[in-house]
Every structure is written in structure tokens, then in C-alpha cells.
Design a protein around this ligand. Structure first.
Ligand SMILES: NC(=O)c1ccc[n+]([C@@H]2O[C@H](COP(=O)([O-])OP(=O)(O)OC[C@H]3O[C@@H](n4cnc5c(N)ncnc54)[C@H](O)[C@@H]3O)[C@@H](O)[C@H]2O)c1
Length: 256
């Protein structure tokens, strides 16, 4: 692997598992110091990175909790001095028919998937602007552009992520900070494997196949399929690329 992220400090929320774990391994392999921020322990991923002679640390934190995020930022800034790449990946995706959805479920979804993006960006974007270099990469979902019953709260949160991405990009672009989103398709992770059969009654394994059959590249998505896009967005090569949503879903959603 080349070391194109050498000297960069990258925070990856939700980096203990799934897509975030693949992102952490990729950026570390390309030279970044990777800080895993997750409400679950990230020690296994840190050990894997260190065993490959990379640099990593992990922090346990609920990124939807303002007090937790504030003290996290103080700890990270005192230990590492800065954050160059912020990957807002932590998310939840329980489905629920709209008629059964409670306000508490709605609030939890918005808190974890959207408030967290605001809270983390508030802490780390000002330093990027001062240093005239930064990358914010937010995880949305290709379900935003699809028929997806049972996901009003999820899709509202991920649409919010796209709106936040575009709006923040226009405020910070002059300071060398780019803000983009990645929209995966249905990807094999601990989270999707644990989901309950949805309205169609399909298990996750069946749904991987159904979704794959709707893609231009007809095979199920895995976390590593998303890591190249992340690496590009985090790099100097992407300096003129901002306010965009990259659909990395095997061509299931065709934009343009
Ligand atoms: N897997 C997919 O099919 C898919 C598709 C589209 C978008 N996404 C998005 O990609 C992201 C990652 O999904 P995944 O499938 O890897 O999920 P996952 O459930 O496999 O892993 C998510 C990680 O985030 C952590 N996390 C959850 N809530 C948190 C919180 N409040 N604070 C800190 N950490 C928290 C979990 O502990 C876990 O380690 C999510 O934002 C998800 O919405 C996933």
C-alpha cells in the first residue's frame, strides 16, 4: 500500500465494526493515525492495525451525546493535537412501519445518525479551517433514492446528512476543507446481518442477493468495496471535489 495518508490524523466514528472497521484498516494501511470512536470497544481493530505496524487508538463514546463528544474532543486534541479527516460513519438502522413508529424511536434515529454528525463536526471542523486543510466524510445511504418501506426515520436522518454535507461544504470550502458523503447500498456488516426480516419477509442473506440482482455489478456489497471511495475523498486528489454524494453501490442507483 502507498502511504498517501501519512501524517494525517483520521477519526472514524463507528470504527469498531462493519464499514467503519474497513475504513479504519484502509486509512491506517495508507499511513494515517486512526482514532476509532465507538460506543463499543475498538481494541480489536486497534490491535489489528498495530500488528500491521500502523498507528491507532480507540475511544469509547456515544457520538449522539453532546457531553460525551465534548470530552472526547478534549481528550483527542490533547493527545493528538488535531483531526485532519473526520469520518462520520456511526449509525443505526432498525426498521419500523410508520404507523408503529414512536417519537422516541424517531428521536433516537435522528440523534445517532444526524445529531452526531453535527456534534462531531462542531468539535473538529474549526481546527481544520485554521490549518487550511480538512476532510469531512459522512455516511448516508442509497436507500434515500429507493423504494424502502419501514425506513421513514432512517431515510429522513440520511437525507439530513446529505443536506448537512452540501450546506457545510459551502461554508468551509474557501479554507481548504471539503465535505462529502458516501452512499452505500445494502452491505454485509454485523449490523445488517443482525437485522430482522423486513416487510418482504426476506432474511438478510436473501436481501443481499435481491439487492445484488438490481445492481450493474451483480454481487453483494462488502465493506471493503467502500474503502477506495473513502481513501480518495480523504486524499489531496479530492481537493476540488466537495458537496457531493458518491453512490458506491455497484451501480444500483444511477445518478445524473
Ligand atoms: N451496511 C449497510 O447496508 C449500509 C447501507 C447504507 C448505509 N450504511 C451506513 O453505514 C454506516 C455503518 O453501517 P454498518 O452497516 O457498518 O453498521 P454496523 O451496525 O455494522 O456498525 C456500526 C458501528 O457503529 C457503532 N455505533 C452505533 N451507534 C453509535 C453511537 N451512538 N455512538 C458511537 N458508536 C455507535 C456500533 O457500535 C458499531 O460498531 C451507518 O451510518 C449506516 O447507516 C450502511
Amino acid at each position: 500500500m502507498n502511504q498517501k495518508h501519512h501524517d494525517k490524523v483520521a477519526i472514524i466514528t463507528g470504527g469498531a465494526a462493519g464499514i467503519g472497521r474497513a475504513f479504519a484498516l484502509r486509512l491506517a494501511a495508507e499511513g494515517a493515525t486512526v482514532l476509532i470512536v465507538d460506543r463499543a470497544p475498538g481494541d480489536d481493530v486497534v490491535s489489528e492495525i498495530k500488528a500491521a505496524h500502523g498507528h491507532a487508538a480507540s475511544y469509547q463514546c456515544d457520538v449522539s451525546n453532546p457531553a460525551d463528544v465534548k470530552s472526547l474532543a478534549a481528550n483527542i486534541l490533547s493527545a493528538f493535537g488535531r483531526c485532519d479527516v473526520l469520518v462520520n460513519n456511526a449509525g443505526i438502522f432498525p426498521s419500523c412501519p410508520f404507523e408503529d413508529l414512536t417519537f422516541e424511536q424517531w428521536r433516537e434515529m435522528i440523534a445517532v445518525n444526524l445529531d452526531s454528525v453535527f456534534l462531531m463536526s462542531k468539535q473538529f471542523v474549526p481546527g481544520m479551517r485554521l490549518r487550511k486543510w480538512g476532510r469531512v466524510i459522512n455516511l448516508t445511504s442509497n436507500s434515500y433514492a429507493q423504494v424502502a418501506p419501514g425506513l421513514t426515520h432512517y431515510i429522513a436522518s440520511k437525507a439530513g446528512v446529505i443536506g448537512f454535507t452540501r450546506a457545510l461544504a459551502s461554508e468551509v470550502g474557501a479554507d481548504g476543507v471539503t465535505v462529502n458523503a458516501i452512499a452505500p447500498g445494502f452491505t454485509r456488516t454485523p449490523g445488517t446481518l443482525a437485522r430482522k426480516p423486513n416487510f418482504s419477509g426476506l432474511t438478510s442473506e436473501q436481501l443481499f442477493e435481491v439487492q445484488a440482482s438490481r445492481q450493474a455489478i451483480p454481487r453483494p456489497s462488502k465493506p471493503d468495496d467502500l474503502a477506495g471511495a473513502l481513501s480518495f475523498l480523504a486524499s489531496d486528489d479530492a481537493a476540488f471535489f466537495t458537496a457531493q454524494t458518491l453512490y458506491v453501490d455497484g451501480g444500483q442507483v444511477r445518478s445524473g
